[in-house]
Design a binder for this molecule. Structure first.
Ligand code: HEC
Length: 463
């Protein structure tokens, strides 16, 4: 210590280091051993970030509904959070924020670890937060109408993808306003994606849309024939060639819940006679014969919709071209771009980036007329399994004349663990429904929006 006396500046320096260390130990202590309890620390994390999916009828592989569930699976929980495998949230929350963001802070991850490694104390149960209560069979609550399939889908255990068209007809007492529609998958591990429309029928029709086939192999190009078999159109000369067809009313991907806004935003009218028509429902390969009875929940609203919500898509099948053409050569990592310039002012509500197994990163933003950047979404590590509709906290105003850009990078090398082919082979965007096959590629940026109104930036989109 004599040396320190001779060098006072170093003494100060040492003290700083020691003090810093002391502080660090204090923070660590707070986070470790007996102090971390289920009641005070862990339950709020699990209930907010895990239980929505880890409960009966949801996609998670086991239930996390209470203390006992968490104790039983503590090691798994620790592992899944340490590796950042769970909760799944591909969007970069340093870039843009969304409603119901499910991400854990470093501190929360450390707390779970320490709790799991220290005998998982319950703590003071009086301090415990209430477990969230979910209505069975819906993410939201009791639906006003449940539309079921007339018969279940039979899935063969032959290990191949299955693409179907399914009609779910209904009859109401009167025309009704609808707030939103929720698709509830039966075979949660097999239902891959669903894209469904709404068919509406006039009272003077002469054919019975309630009869006819309800499940058919995807018709690909020959929809006319399929519609005839399903008895939904083309059978009556008095009707137009197609019934009123409202696109994208039913949508589903694993982990997806429909965006739900306040009473002022969204909603539409349905006629008393109609059908949900799943124009493509894609089941992934199954190794056993099983049946699926997915269904649709409809939530009514009392008032006429005030501000309808529109949806558009850029890229594959969309309003803007992909540059260059979507061809990903074997053993290459390649980036594609698509852009669109807006002719009017809009408020974007939610976004849905879409790619398949070769996806690596995704990035979308708008460049305003003054070249100012409006961040939209960034995904640094694409995961095919989690393709949410991300809803912004507030509508994002995009001024007239702005250009929306989206960049998608695809990894067609052997290093991509999701590459469906080894050795890799050239992958392209398929024609029509072929693109829906998971082994083909798509590059889409889908967004919902409404024409901009002053004050939109202040509306909360939280449900
Ligand atoms: C968006 C829905 C969702 C959320 C939120 C979610 N999970 Fe999961 N979880 C799943 C699904 C689906 C699987 C199966 C994934 C697979 O097999 O690829 C899964 C798998 C797991 C597994 C591994 C499977 C097993 O049986 O061992 C663990 C552990 C897990 N989740 C824990 C958690 C924890 C802890 C949280 C919260 C911090 C959480 N999950 C949040 C949907 C979710």
């Amino acid at each position: 210590m004599n040396w320190l006396k001779d060098h006072p500046r170093f003494a100060i320096f040492f003290c700083l280091i020691l003090c810093a260390c002391n502080n660090a130990t204090k923070i660590d202590e707070e986070n470790t051993v007996q102090n971390i309890t289920w009641s005070e620390h862990i339950a709020p994390i699990i209930y907010k970030n895990c239980t929505p999916c880890h409960r009966p009828g949801a996609a998670g592989t086991f239930d996390l509904l209470n203390y006992d569930d968490a104790v039983r699976t503590a090691n798994k929980i620790k592992f899944a959070t340490q590796t950042r495998f769970m909760p799944p949230w591909p969007a970069d929350n340093g870039y843009s924020h969304f409603v119901d963001e499910r991400t854990l802070t470093e501190k929360e991850i450390a707390q779970i670890k320490s709790w799991a490694e220290n005998k998982m104390p319950r703590g003071d149960s009086a301090k415990e937060v209430q477990a969230p209560v979910f209505y069975k069979g819906s993410f939201f609550g009791k639906p006003d109408l449940v539309v079921k399939m007339q018969k279940p889908v039979k899935i063969k255990g032959n290990g191949t993808d299955l693409f179907l068209m399914i009609k779910l007809p209904y009859q109401l007492l009167a025309d009704t306003f609808v707030s939103y529609v929720e698709f509830v998958p039966g075979q949660t591990k097999l239902v891959h994606h669903v894209n469904g429309h709404l068919l509406s029928y006039n009272a003077d029709r002469t054919f019975n849309y309630m009869s006819g086939e309800t499940i058919l192999e995807d018709a690909h190009a020959n929809f006319k024939e399929a519609y005839e078999k399903m008895n939904i159109t083309y059978t009556d000369k008095k009707e137009p060639a197609l019934p009123t067809l409202m696109p994208n009313v039913v949508y589903y991907l694993p982990g997806y819940t429909p965006p739900v806004y306040n009473e002022d935003i969204g909603g539409f009218k349905i006629k008393k006679d109609g059908a949900f028509f799943l124009k493509n429902i894609h089941y992934g390969p199954s190794n056993a014969d099983v049946e699926d009875s997915s269904y649709i929940n409809v939530f009514f609203r009392k008032t006429k919709p005030k501000r309808p919500v529109f949806e558009t898509q850029m890229g594959t099948f969309g309003i803007s071209a992909i540059e260059p053409k979507l061809i990903v050569p074997a053993n290459e990592i390649k980036t594609f771009h698509t852009k669109v310039t807006l002719q009017s002012e809009i408020s974007i509500l939610s976004v849905n980036p879409h790619m398949h197994l070769l996806g690596k990163t995704f990035w979308a933003f708008a460049l305003g007329p003054q070249n100012d950047t409006i961040p939209l979404i960034k995904i640094n590590k694409w995961d095919f399994r989690w393709q949410y509709y991300y809803t912004y906290l507030h509508p994002v105003k995009i001024p007239k004349g702005s250009t929306i850009h989206a960049y998608g990078t695809f990894d067609n090398t052997d290093k991509n663990p999701f590459n469906p082919f080894h050795p890799p082979r050239q992958i392209e965007q398929g024609e029509g429904n072929e693109s829906m096959q998971t082994t083909e590629e798509m590059f889409q940026f889908i967004f919902t929006y409404m024409p901009y109104k002053i004050g939109d930036e202040n509306i909360s989109l939280k449900r």
